[in-house]
Design a protein around this ligand. Structure first.
Ligand SMILES: *Cc1c(COP(=O)(O)O)cnc(C)c1O
Length: 320
């Protein structure tokens, strides 16, 4: 189990003294690294870590809203499944990781937080190129809650561009392992910015819509919802939309979503732990739903945030 220094209080965390550190470059928050809780500005990894050198890492992000974790069990399930698929081991079990996440949030004092757990391949003590010799490194941190969409965008809907970049195919990297292979997504973002849009969707290897940088996408047509089935990270927020739809008696399926179908949809929204359900009202310069946030999207957004008060979906942070 963890050898964590639980007696630490956020107010006693060492002050940032290194003069080369720009205090504004780091958000408030607390990280867990090498058995210690640290301010974000002091949470550092080696440049020799394969997580940094080769994107050899997996992670998960859960949010805290009104002092409670939302669907933490599902995030832990996905994280531990990713570790197993990548043949990584960490010195903590589910309860151990959960305890560290609670501690990071509690020490930070944040009531609304973006909480990340991650594991890198690590580095080999002998600089071997054999990944089996690397010492895997677990870390976690809690920083203030952040959203893919800002308040204005949540109200008026996001302007999205569909890039022709193709998401790394599942035969190369299993998309169910949450990962940092983001060059396709980042290239898509630049395409979007070049075209005056705020964020991007990229394609799967068949030319259908896949996902965007850290979010899934849904469209609504004649009251029925669909979301891309292949080549996407199975998001917990995406799953939450399915759960809300079944409670509401709405039909929702994971299937191929063509670019044409997305552009012809009645409503479009994106989903992420960083922001929840977020409306899209413009795609490639053309209005969706007459440029207004549609009724199905609005209803799901309301239900999504209401579920944060439901003890079946939300667990209180163990603040001191
Ligand atoms: C995290 C992530 C999502 C959204 O998943 P949530 O569990 O809803 O946050 C979608 N796509 C990618 C590539 C992601 O990394």
């Amino acid at each position: 189990m963890s050898q964590t220094t639980k007696t630490w209080d956020a107010r006693q965390l060492p002050a940032v003294s290194d003069r080369h550190i720009d205090p504004h470059a780091y958000p408030n928050g607390v990280a867990f690294l090498d058995g210690q809780y640290l301010p974000m500005s002091q949470a550092k990894v080696s440049v020799l870590d394969w997580g940094f050198l080769h994107s050899d890492a997996t992670y998960d992000t859960v949010h805290v809203w009104n002092g409670g974790f939302f669907r933490l069990d599902q995030h832990l399930d996905r994280f531990f499944a990713g570790l197993e698929k990548l043949r990584m081991t960490i010195p903590f079990d589910r309860d151990g990781v959960s305890e560290i996440l609670h501690d990071c949030v509690a020490l930070s004092g944040l009531r609304a937080a973006y909480v990340e757990m991650l594991c890198t391949r690590g580095a080999s003590p002998t600089f071997s190129r054999d990944p089996r010799q690397a010492v895997n490194r677990f870390m976690a941190f809690a920083v203030p809650f952040g959203s893919v969409a800002n308040t204005e965008q949540l109200q008026r809907g996001l302007r999205v561009a569909i890039s022709d970049k193709v998401r790394i195919p599942p035969a190369s990297v299993d998309p169910a392992i949450k990962n940092y292979h983001w060059l396709d997504l980042v290239r898509g973002l630049y395409d979007a910015y070049d075209r005056g849009a705020e964020t991007a969707l990229i394609l799967d290897f068949n030319g259908n819509v896949a996902e965007g940088p850290g979010f899934n996408v849904f469209c609504v047509k004649d009251g029925k919802l669909s979301t891309p089935a292949i080549g996407v990270l199975p998001g917990i927020t995406r799953r939450t939309v399915f759960d809300l739809c079944s409670e509401e008696g709405l039909a929702a399926t994971a299937t191929d979503v063509s670019v044409a179908a997305l552009k012809a949809a009645d409503e479009v929204f994106i989903t992420s732990t960083a922001g929840g359900i977020m409306p899209v009202t413009e795609i490639d310069g053309a209005a969706i739903a007459g440029g207004k946030v549609g009724p199905v999207t609005s209803r799901l957004m309301t239900l999504y945030w209401q579920k944060h008060d439901d003890p079946a979906w939300s667990s209180p942070v163990r603040y001191p």
